[in-house]
Every structure is written in structure tokens, then in C-alpha cells.
Design a protein around this ligand. Structure first.
Ligand SMILES: Cc1cc2nc3c(=O)[nH]c(=O)nc-3n(C[C@H](O)[C@H](O)[C@H](O)COP(=O)(O)O)c2cc1C
Length: 481
């Protein structure tokens, strides 16, 4: 069954749905369901009865207004409930859509009207609400979100959670959810230190629930102080953001990675050239993966039909000699990965004008060897990158040929792949590779299963990150062993 994510709809459609749902005092999801049900049952859907949706905001404003995540915020019955009003604002500032549930006790401290006005959404208070339960609304509140936040988390709510109660909307949602739960406890210090609360907190932590606070300080009750104050709204919002958008690991931050990709074109004359079937996809995927891992990436690419990867410096070249020039200009680098299929030979006597058919027959094409980029960089004495990785594209004796290439070229690792036509690797989207490296004076072969070129790239970057962060890179590893 397909599912529909409201926040991914066009802004104009969302604005229209919001207007309708506000007029009908329903949530946006309920409004969509009602519209669909009415259409299926053949009722007229009075689309024109509503005011036209407001014109979409300029793109610059829209980008920051589009929610990127959604939270179900459960407000428990404690004095600190007033801070949850600020929490709604703080979450919305972070482009988080907030749907609120108030316990019966919470409504003694804040009104559903205030919560609704701040969240711009209908507020949920009742497990047995026919309007939202016609399609199990409590299950939707439990799962149609990225995170559940309970603030304030009362001693009572935590006791219910720890023991699996579900006798009101808040506890039923907490029992039915498969989302992460963040609790911001708030209570009198004696309630917090009570053995029952201690047991419940320990149980909840074992269950994987995340807690923020409580802080210590003065209580609302005159003259009382200690641990039990709810964390400030800004602290809770930051904790929610960490769970919603965990920091991406960037193991190659601060490293400069040089990558070559694609074929080279070796001119025969101004209009003809010698080429090969390399698409550049593998090298481009490695550049994107290295960038995602935080590296500064320079990609030297032969002629390919691919978009430049984002935030990568791309140098476009034609011939092997151009490629070597750009590679040398890009040094120094911490890691160099030579994934390009560089032509071994070029035409020594390339015509300055287009070669013509003559009565003398075919023009003789004299081939000379191109510079060997991998060997040249591997054998540098001053600017040699600490980790140099070559690619070996072979059509026979893959491992043996790749091992002898590793020895001959002086690089640290070789990624060997079988490019015989039957594999479809050249120009295709998947690759089966073997990573050959030196270990204790021997060559070690690590064979990977068939993967997409993106997966190969991610795996290779993970190996590089492990090697680099472990302080063991090609040459130094060799000399150490
Ligand atoms: C004025 C007042 C303040 C309260 N403050 C808290 C509090 O900060 N933390 C707490 O756990 N309970 C507090 N309680 C008790 C809860 O309101 C009570 O346990 C209630 O049943 C909690 O319901 P709930 O967990 O469904 O929201 C307070 C009660 C009153 C009358």
C-alpha cells in the first residue's frame, strides 16, 4: 500500500490542505483521508468553496519554511508544561513539524487552544475521539512522525511507559510507537529520587528511550531546590535535532583526495581519436563518496557523459598527457586513486589536418607509449601521496595480472576488476572487485561481492578511512611491517 507524505507535497497544495483542515478542525492527514473517502463514495468535494491558497512564498523564504522532519510532542501534566509552548516554537524554527498531544492533566496547565495556535495543527487529547479514531488515529500519531518527544515527562507518564500501560492517548501512543522517544522529565526532586521513579527510569533507558535532563535548580514549589527541573526548551530542541539529524561521520575530514576517472581520448587528427569504453561512473562515484566522507576532492576526468559531483573540484581533460599534467598540478594529496582508463598508447604522428583517403591507401599510424600516471605518481620521492591506489581492469588472469601490476607500478593498493564484455562492467552500473594490498610482505586479496559502483565507492572509502584514521597508510604500512 502506498503512503503519502504530506510535507513532500507542493507548497500550494499543502497551503490549500492546511486551510481546509483548519476550517474543518481536522488534522491535515485526516483532511486528505476525508477528501479521498468523499471522492470514492461519489460525494462532491467542494474545492471552490474555499478561499484560494495564498501565493507561494519566494523560493528563498520557502526553502527555510518547508518542514524536514516531524515530531509528535506529548505534553504531560506538570508545571513545566508552559515551557513546552516555547519548545513548539524552537522545533518549528528547526523546520520540524509538530503535532501535539495533551494529557488530561496537561490541560490543567496549558490550553489546547494555545498549543494549537503555536503548532498550527489540531491538538489531540482523547483516545476515544471518533473524529480521529475512525482510522486508528493514535497509531498514526505514534508512527507518522520521525520522533516522539515527551515534555514534561511526568513521573506518572514514565511509570506508565515503563510498565506498558495504554489507558489514555499519550500512553497508548508511547506503547504503539516504533519511533525513537525522547523524554524531558520534570518533577519535584523527591519524586525524581524516589525508588519507584529510579526503577522506571532505569527500565526506560534499558528499553532504548533517550532522556534529556532533568536539570538541578529551584522548583516551582516555594523554597524547594534540587534535581527535577525540566531542561530548557532550547536544550530539548537541540537533543531532538541530534536524534532527527544525527551528525554524519566524516572520517576523511581534513584529507585531500585526488581521483582520476573516465577514458582518455588520444587524437589521430583534429576530428578522430582513439578511446576506450570507460564511462567514468566508478571514479565519479568514488569522488562523491570521498566528498561525503568529508574529504577535499579533486577529480581529474577524461571525456564522460556525467554531471560533476557536488562540491568536488573537477578538471576536465582529453588525453593521457593532459591528465598527468592536471594530476601533478593537484599534488600534494593525502590519497590518490587512479580509476581512469588511461590509453596506453597515442598516435605519434597525429595529423594536424583531417587525414584524407588517398590512392596510397590507409595512412600508417605510428603508436608511442603514453606516460604511466600511476607509476609516475607512485614513484615520486617528494610529493608522493601517502596512499596511492590503482585500478586494474583486466579481461583475463585478473588476480595474477593485478598482483604483478601492484608490484610493477609501486602503488599501495590495486582495485582489480574483470572488464570482459560478458561482465558488463564497462559502462554498466555494477562492479565485482578484488582489493589487493600488501600485508606483512605478502599480497592480500580481499574479494567483494557484486555491488553497484556507488556501493564499491562507499566500501573503498570506508577501507581508506579505516586505514588513514588507524594511522596505517600504504607506504608507511609497508615500511612498518
Ligand atoms: C500544581 C501541580 C503541579 C504538578 N507538577 C508535576 C510535575 O512537575 N511533575 C510530575 O511528574 N507531576 C506533577 N504533578 C502531578 C501530576 O499532574 C499528576 O501525577 C498527573 O496524574 C499526571 O498526569 P499525566 O502524567 O497523565 O500528565 C503536579 C500536580 C499539580 C497539582
Amino acid at each position: 500500500m502506498a503512503s503519502l507524505t504530506i510535507r513532500k507535497l507542493d507548497d500550494a497544495v499543502k497551503a490549500y490542505l492546511r486551510l481546509r483542515s483548519a476550517q474543518n478542525r481536522r488534522s491535515v492527514e485526516e483532511e486528505v483521508r476525508v477528501i479521498l473517502r468523499d471522492l470514492i463514495e461519489g460525494h462532491e468535494v467542494p474545492l471552490t468553496a474555499f478561499a484560494a491558497p495564498p501565493a507561494p512564498a519566494p523560493t528563498s523564504q520557502r526553502a527555510s519554511a518547508v518542514p524536514e522532519a516531524s515530531v509528535t510532542l506529548i505534553i504531560g501534566g506538570g508545571i513545566a508544561a508552559y515551557k513546552s509552548l516555547d519548545l513548539i516554537r524552537r522545533l518549528k524554527e528547526r523546520r520540524v513539524e509538530v503535532r501535539c498531544v495533551l494529557t488530561k492533566a496537561a490541560q490543567q496547565f496549558v490550553t489546547p487552544l494555545a498549543v494549537s495556535a503555536l503548532s498550527h495543527e489540531r491538538v489531540y487529547t482523547d483516545l476515544f475521539d471518533p473524529q480521529s479514531e475512525f482510522d486508528a488515529g493514535h497509531i498514526r500519531l505514534a508512527r507518522d512522525c520521525d520522533l516522539i518527544v515527551v515534555a514534561p515527562a511526568t513521573a506518572d507518564l514514565m511509570a506508565k511507559m515503563a510498565n506498558g500501560h495504554a489507558d489514555d492517548l499519550a500512553s497508548a501512543i508511547l506503547l504503539a510507537t516504533n519511533r525513537k522517544v525522547l523524554l524531558a522529565p520534570a518533577m519535584n526532586p523527591l519524586m525524581w529520587s524516589n525508588a519507584a521513579t529510579r526503577r522506571n527510569v532505569a527500565q526506560l533507558q534499558r528499553d532504548g528511550v533517550v532522556l534529556i535532563g532533568p536539570n538541578s535548580g529551584e522548583m516551582a514549589e516555594a523554597g524547594e531546590a534540587g534535581v527535577g527541573r525540566m531542561s530548557e526548551a532550547i536544550e530539548i530542541a537541540a537533543a531532538a535535532e541530534r536524534l532527527l539529524r544525527p551528525p554524519v561521520p566524516r572520517p576523511l575530514a581534513g584529507k585531500r583526495v585526488l581521483i582520476t576517472a573516465g577514458p582518455t581520448h588520444e587524437p589521430i587528427d583534429p576530428v578522430r581519436y582513439i578511446a576506450n569504453r570507460s564511462s567514468g561512473k566508478q571514479g565519479f562515484a568514488i569522488a562523491a563518496a570521498a566528498r561525503a566522507a568529508g574529504a577535499e576532492v579533486v577529480l581529474v576526468s577524461g571525456p564522460v557523459d556525467l554531471d560533476d559531483p557536488q562540491d568536488v573540484t573537477v578538471k576536465h581533460v582529453e588525453s593521457a598527457r593532459d591528465m598527468l599534467d592536471q594530476v601533478q598540478a593537484a599534488l600534494p594529496a593525502d590519497i590518490a586513486i587512479f580509476a581512469a582508463a588511461v590509453a596506453d598508447w597515442r598516435v605519434a604522428n597525429a595529423g594536424e589536418q583531417k587525414l584524407k583517403k588517398t590512392a596510397a591507401g590507409m595512412p600508417p599510424l605510428e603508436l608511442v607509449e603514453n606516460p604511466d600516471i600511476l607509476a609516475t605518481i607512485s614513484k615520486l620521492t617528494d610529493k608522493r601521496p601517502p596512499l596511492v591506489i590503482g585500478f586494474a581492469a583486466e579481461t583475463e588472469h585478473l588476480i595474477d595480472n593485478a598482483k604483478s601490476k601492484l608490484a610493477r607500478k609501486g602503488c599501495d593498493w590495486i582495485v582489480a576488476n574483470d572488464v570482459s564484455p560478458a561482465t558488463g562492467v564497462m559502462g554498466g552500473d555494477s562492479n565485482t572487485v578484488h582489493l589487493i594490498s600488501r600485508k606483512d610482505g605478502e599480497m592480500a586479496v580481499d574479494s567483494w561481492p557484486v555491488m553497484t559502483k556507488e556501493q564499491v565507492a562507499i566500501e573503498l572509502v570506508a577501507h581508506i578511512a579505516k586505514s588513514v584514521t588507524g594511522g596505517v597508510t600504504g607506504k608507511s604500512a609497508e615500511t612498518a611491517s
